[in-house]
Design a protein around this ligand. Structure first.
Ligand SMILES: *Cc1c(COP(=O)(O)O)cnc(C)c1O
Length: 469
């Protein structure tokens, strides 16, 4: 263990201090400015360290983490694309803006929201957007609330069910349930697309609408979307589009033209902006003409949502411009197909067709299993990738395949990076065939090996229980 891998509490030495304050601050006089009932009775148990120890502590911690800025991050369904640093520059121009300051002093911010509304409307074919929702799932809930308002406004009160494909992102049924809607699942066919024949009998006057992702979670374009739209509209339902991963379609086709009535975008995926770890997001909801009147009644967050995220997306769109926005999705699609074709002799490819921005393998073809030796699993492959300096793809999702490995390279990676990833994936496949034990015990080169992930999530240890020296 390196010295600075120690907890900051273990670096602490009594009386060591990294700052100095004017004498008056800690005098009776200085403290008397604070009402006595707000003053604590005893000093907090904080580590006592010098400034450089603090800097090293946090810098080292940051380097134990993995981010798009440190390596390739092919996390399917999450679009971990690079966040250009100019985005941060633009955000810094708006530093100091306060949501309660007079309206006439925030004209620039208002203009950003108006221009973003226009840009997203042009990209998606929707009429208008609301920027209130602070995440994709928040957008879904907002969109479903709008769907319900629409039906209520027509005195159509019996529409309590929403259709969700079995390949859907987990947030779709969750948002529907939170909205008080009943979920009806529609099956996928062998090609990984919605089975239109299975959809027909589900339609009726109790259906509020359908939630769809297109391309769906398998990275496949639902080519029957026109027919599906006609069928759902025919029974009086609406079409909701989960546009979290709109990346491959930008500038190619528009949900509005496919027949969708309501949708959300994840600005923190499709339009760069950093995300992960539950950090700030933005899930603006766009609506077709007939839903626009209901936007005004929405109160799903304060002020204008996560303005910093909206700004980054705005900078990204302006920087690319109309022509290059179109290129992003095409390059992402090309990259995904390149990886898929380069690895399909080592990894099982359940769906062979051309994919969009992402695709799914179903584990290794030769996992090294033989008598008395367990084969390498998808988890083993994912852990071994960390040893080679790549973030793992999304694994065990979607649930349609037992050993799912879902890969999404995004357009921001060079051919050389894709080739390096392909090389490593092939090397891991060879290791699995020869010595699956090497994979079972991976990762070998990271600060932490294999934590008990369930315990880490359910019973995290968040406090230091030792003694500060
Ligand atoms: C990420 C994602 C969501 C949820 O977005 P959050 O911002 O994490 O709430 C919904 N649908 C799809 C398809 C996604 O990839």
């Amino acid at each position: 263990m390196k010295y600075y891998d120690k907890l900051i509490f273990e670096l602490s030495r009594q009386g060591r201090i990294g700052y100095s304050l004017p004498d008056s601050f800690e005098s009776e006089e200085g403290l008397s400015a604070i009402p006595s009932d707000l003053l604590r009775q005893s000093a907090p148990d904080l580590p006592e360290v010098s400034e450089v120890d603090v800097v090293r502590h946090y810098t080292n911690l940051s380097q134990m983490n993995f981010g798009v800025d440190t390596g390739f991050y092919p996390l399917g369904s999450c679009t971990m694309k690079y966040n250009p640093k100019i985005n941060e520059e633009v955000v810094s121009l708006f530093n100091g803006l306060h949501p309660l300051q007079p309206k006439e002093t925030v004209k620039g911010a208002e203009q950003v929201l108006e221009e973003m509304d226009k840009a997203l409307a042009a990209i998606t074919g929707m009429k208008h957007f609301t920027f209130l929702p602070c995440a994709g799932a928040h957008g879904e809930l907002t969109g479903l609330m709008l769907m319900r308002e629409y039906h209520f406004s027509r005195n159509d009160m019996a529409r309590t069910k929403v259709i969700v494909p079995d390949s859907a992102h987990g947030t779709n049924p969750a948002s529907a349930a939170v909205c008080g809607l009943e979920i009806v699942e529609v099956k996928s066919n062998a090609d990984g697309l919605i089975d239109v024949e299975a959809l027909k009998p589900l339609l009726g006057d109790d259906i509020a609408g359908i939630m769809m992702t297109n391309p769906n979670t398998l990275g496949l374009f639902e080519k029957d979307i026109r027919e599906i739209a006609t069928l759902v509209h025919g029974c009086g339902g609406l079409l909701y589009y989960d546009g979290a991963n709109m990346n491959p379609l930008m500038g190619v086709v528009r949900p509005g033209d496919m027949g969708f009535d309501i949708m959300h975008l994840n600005l923190h995926k499709t339009f760069s902006t950093p995300h992960g770890g539950g950090g700030p997001g933005s899930g603006p909801v766009g609506v077709a003409d007939r839903i626009v009147p209901f936007l005004q009644v929405l109160r799903v967050s304060g002020f204008h949502g996560n303005f910093g995220v909206i700004l980054r997306a705005y900078a990204y769109i302006l920087m690319l411009g109309r022509e290059n926005v179109k290129m992003a999705g095409r390059l992402a699609t090309l990259g995904a197909n390149y990886i898929k074709e380069s690895l399909k002799d080592c990894y099982k490819l359940p769906i062979q067709t051309v994919c969009k921005h992402e695709f799914v393998f179903d584990g290794l073809i030769n996992d090294g299993a033989r008598e008395g030796v367990a084969g390498a699993t998808t988890l083993d492959v994912a852990k071994r990738l960390l040893d080679y300096g790549f973030h793992a793809p999304t694994i065990y999702f979607p649930l349609l395949f037992h050993q799912a490995i879902m890969i999404e390279p995004t357009e921001t990676e060079s051919l050389e990076t894709l080739d390096a990833f392909i090389d490593v994936m092939r090397k891991i496949a060879a290791e699995a065939a020869e010595d699956p034990q090497l994979l079972h015990t991976a990762p070998h080169n990271t600060p932490i090996g294999r934590p008990d992930e369930t315990a880490a999530a359910r019973q995290p240890i968040l406090t230091f229980s030792g003694k500060v020296s």
